[in-house]
Design a protein around this ligand. Structure first.
Ligand code: PHE
Length: 352
């Protein structure tokens, strides 16, 4: 029979060398598990005579308790040491300068939109908005563009489906078919339905056209609609406001020209061109080698439009215009491709 005190001596020496949790577990298994040394000693007690059994049994149990306590103590020590080491490794240097949070950039179109809004606000215009999903009535009919009118070809349109039907072919409700607005002009109608003249508004917003893209065409872009209705408004007033705007926006030397044009909702109608600043009038891909760039459609509000919103055209007249916000931005910053605005390319956007 082994002497308990020898076992204890060896065990004490062994535990002193234990320096990891893993080794501690091996130690515990070696002495206290089902097949461990102490378990075996206690089991073999039955072979001894009663006196010895009592003595050795007592010593063995004492050793068991002793080892349990030692193991617990050592476990605690090792755990504390591990936590300390981990903390040392994870030490944070709070004096290191923080990583800079990168500032976002305002999109160039937004920048220019606010500049335009400022200029018109100074001239007494209010800023209003309308929905991007429109119905046929506001986008076309109320603007004197009845169904089947060839002028509808001027606007390539995204029609929306409703109840699984292609809206374009549905006969559900007259003029209620939904579409993505092809211009901001429907905001004129929405505003005049709710407000009495005199009116002086601009309506910036996003519009949509179903067409092929290239350096100067996108399937969505931005316009700034303008509308002024008052007594005795003439083309002279219109020209003055436009010249004021372009001079304020591009600088005093800016050259603009009015070209006769056609829109069903204005009569007479004009196209406002600005001398191309990319090539200074010589001709380039942005101005389609014309030297001038079309910046707006405009004209005197057609009496039929006023009739559609129940405004007496004998008493009230006015003008309307639709500025191309993308083009204004391109000219201002000499950007030669409209697609850059919608590409999400940070190398482009970070320059503003
Ligand atoms: N809505 C026209 C377009 O998108 C522009 C326009 C606006 C013309 C107002 C006349 C008056 O082409």
């Amino acid at each position: 029979m082994v002497e308990i005190k020898d076992v204890k001596k060896i065990a004490e020496e062994e535990i002193r060398l234990v320096n990891t949790i893993e080794k501690l577990e091996n130690f515990e298994n070696k002495y206290l598990s089902k097949k461990g040394i102490l378990t075996r000693i206690l089991r073999s007690l039955k072979k001894l005579n009663p006196e010895e059994r009592k003595k050795v049994g007592k010593e063995a149990n004492e050793l068991k308790e002793f080892l349990k306590k030692e193991i617990d103590f050592r476990r605690k020590q090792l755990k504390e040491r591990d936590v300390e080491e981990k903390e040392k490794k994870e030490w944070i240097d709070i004096t290191i300068p923080a990583k800079k949070i990168e500032r976002g950039h305002i999109h160039p179109i937004t920048l220019i939109r606010t500049q335009i809004e400022d200029i018109f606000q100074k001239m007494g215009f209010s800023i209003v908005e309308g929905p991007e999903i429109e119905n046929e009535w506001y986008n076309f009919d109320a603007l004197n563009i009845p169904k089947e009118h060839p002028a509808r070809d001027m606007w390539d349109t995204f029609w929306l489906r409703q109840n699984g039907l292609k809206m374009q072919n549905s006969k559900l409700k007259m003029n209620q078919r939904l579409l993505l607005r092809t211009h901001t002009s429907p905001v004129q109608i929405r505003y005049m339905e709710k407000h009495k003249p005199p009116i002086r508004i601009i309506a910036p917003g996003r519009i949509f056209r179903y067409e092929a893209t290239d350096a100067s065409h996108e399937i969505n872009f931005y316009q700034v609609e303008g509308l002024m209705i008052d007594r005795n408004i003439s083309i002279a007033n219109f020209k003055f406001i436009m010249e004021e705007f372009f001079k304020e926006f591009f600088g005093k030397e800016t050259k603009i020209r009015l070209r006769p044009s056609f829109f069903p909702f204005t009569e007479p109608s004009f196209e406002i061109d600005v001398k191309c600043s990319i090539c200074n009038g010589k001709g380039c891909s942005v101005c389609s080698y014309r030297g001038w760039i079309e910046m707006a459609g405009a004209g005197m509000v057609h009496p039929n439009v006023l009739k559609a919103v129940k405004i007496n055209s004998e008493e009230w007249q006015g003008f309307a215009f639709g500025l191309g916000l993308d083009r204004l931005t391109m000219m201002k910053y000499k950007i030669n491709d409209i697609r850059l605005f919608y590409s999400g390319d940070l190398r482009f956007l970070k320059q503003f």
